[in-house]
Design a protein around this ligand. Sequence first.
Ligand SMILES: [Zn+2]
Length: 254
Amino acid sequence: MLIDSHCHLDFSVFDGDRAQVLTRAITAGVAAYVVPATTAASFEKVLTLSRESIQVYAALGLHPYFMSEHDDEALTALRNALNNTPGVVAVGECGFDARLPDPQRQWQLFDAQLALAREFSLPVIVHCVRANDQVAKHLREACLPRGGIIHAFAGSEVQAERFLALGFVLGLGGSVTYSRAQKLRHVVSRLPDEGFILETDSPDMPLSGYQGQRNEPVRVKQVAEVVAELRATSVQHIGELTTANVRRVLQLNV
Ligand SMILES: [Zn+2]
């Protein structure tokens, strides 16, 4: 069994065939999905998906990519949603992206969401691009009760170890399938068993060989195959390890 720990099934690109996308993945052994919201406007759709399907788990957060949509009320909306919705598994997707503008506002919004994770005793799903050291600093200062997930980890072994020491696991997705990602693949080969989980970030981050196509949760199986190869073990073992890791970090009952 596999879990896609990060996929944006709420995005409109899935509106036409969402049920088939899920059926394809379930048939391939992908038994659960974590869907992190990205804007306050998307909360209801993500929550509806999780209510309609027992395999879908909802996280709620404000993604730095959509900064222009996060007005002053967005944080209040997030707080209210966390307060009123049982079963939300994490705060996220939130974080920092050095490719995007307005770093000061990005950090403010991230810190505010870390405070909510602490208040509601939830893990966080962190988007972190070219900012591993600074993000680790913010996570450490937030003193989170439950750690979380560094989504689409890309960094050095030292940065990986630092996130693990803070109670986080690393999300591995399409990036590891590219043979040119040698540094990342080396880090993946050396991570401790309890330190990583699998994801697709669908519809984004296509795997090697699928560039330009919509990504889908079914492809988490190919991520598992590459990770198994890098770690010289079986896909089944990777499935067992990563399922246990997602269950532990998000307290899923799957
Ligand atoms: Zn994402």
